[in-house]
Design a protein around this ligand. Structure first.
Ligand code: PAF
Length: 283
């Protein structure tokens, strides 16, 4: 059965108030729709440890720094509802825009430091939009736990810091990246790749894994970066926006894997911006 869809804040508040009164633990899965198996893994994680599960679907205009990207973002609500049906979530909250940003809305949440690097450095304002909408997701739903994918690892760290700094009583739960059999990380943007583009895109993960392995053996990052950039160009990628080794906790740039770290990449292919990251254990 498809889950009921709620569009008004007053209605989600009434529903969650009843759940809370009954002592239920509430989980929320924040999404912008165009749901795929990666989102479903978040839903399943929420279902496994919460009594009630809300799926949030809202294409957040404030996190797009490019109007064309916002206009082209897939909106597939009917399809999303069908994909969610077998997972039996309690409700889909797909708020109308004025329920999130009412007339005269004037407040932005901005997390400094963590947002100066990686995607934050290349997409001005993006993380302010994310932090603002996610603080609203937390406050509107009053959820006890929120589920985020590690594919957007910087987003995960920004959201954690925001919830901590603002004393929002919610546990942010990280779920591993879901990949195609080829290794390609699932993303709504993959829908925009041609069949050849998909083949090229699948080369990204093995290149990252090879680098991670060498870093874990104690090798330094700079020479590995040069080699990996050459391999990406040879595979057919366009501009590599960044390819960096950073600490997991504070996203500090590293020369070698001295602490738990991640390799982060953003690269263009067929006019599509792909991002991915892999963990690197300290050497
Ligand atoms: O990861 C996403 O889909 C979005 O950034 C999020 C967390 C739903 C906020 O709009």
């Amino acid at each position: 059965m498809t889950a009921p869809i709620i569009r008004k804040l007053s209605e989600i508040r009434a529903l969650t108030a009843g759940w809370k009164a009954a002592g239920a633990r509430i989980g929320v899965v924040p999404t912008m729709g165009a749901l795929h198996a990666g989102h479903m893994s978040l839903v399943e994680a929420a279902k496994a440890d919460c009594d009630r599960v809300i799926v949030w679907i809202f294409v957040n205009p404030k996190q797009f720094n490019n109007p064309e990207d916002l206009a082209n973002y897939p909106r597939t609500e009917q399809d999303d509802a069908e994909k969610l049906a077998p997972h039996a979530v309690d409700v889909v909250y797909a708020p109308d825009v004025d329920q999130v940003y009412p007339e005269g809305f004037a407040t932005m949440v901005s997390v400094s430091g963590l947002t100066d690097v990686l995607c934050g450095a290349h997409r001005p304002g993006h993380f302010d939009g994310v932090a603002t909408v996610v603080s609203k997701i937390f406050l509107q739903t009053g959820a006890d736990r929120a589920y985020f994918g590690e594919k957007d690892f910087q987003q995960l760290q920004v959201v954690r810091r925001m919830a901590r700094d603002l004393d929002i009583p919610i546990e942010v739960v990280a779920c591993p990246t879901v990949r195609e059999a080829s290794g390609l990380a699932l993303s709504s943007r993959n829908l925009r790749l041609s069949p050849e583009g998909l083949e090229t895109a699948a080369r990204l993960y093995p290149i990252l894994r090879d680098m991670a392995e060498e870093l874990e053996q104690g090798n330094r990052f700079p020479p590995l970066e040069l080699r990996a950039r050459a391999r990406l160009a040879e595979a057919g990628f366009g501009e590599v926006e960044y390819l960096e080794l950073r600490s997991e906790a504070g996203l500090a740039a590293l020369d070698h894997a001295s602490v738990p770290a991640r390799l982060f990449v953003a690269a263009w292919l067929d006019g599509v911006r792909l991002i991915d990251n892999v963990p690197v254990r300290p050497a």
